[in-house]
Ligand binder design. Sequence first.
Ligand SMILES: [Zn+2]
Length: 63
Amino acid sequence: MQALTKLVDLETRCAVTLPNGSSCSRSLACKRHSMTSKRAVAGRSAPYDQLLVQHQNARRAVQ
Ligand SMILES: [Zn+2]
């Protein structure tokens, strides 16, 4: 089975749908898209705000 659309990781990526039909592959903290757009992305395991906090905590832990 082949996926026609390469999906980005909804847990760690912005994933807002772009005009060309693909998903934004920038990080959750993407500045190009609004919080509203990122919250509207369907399919995340947790609300955008929650994933963003986890993402920021994870980055902090690495540094
Ligand atoms: Zn984006």
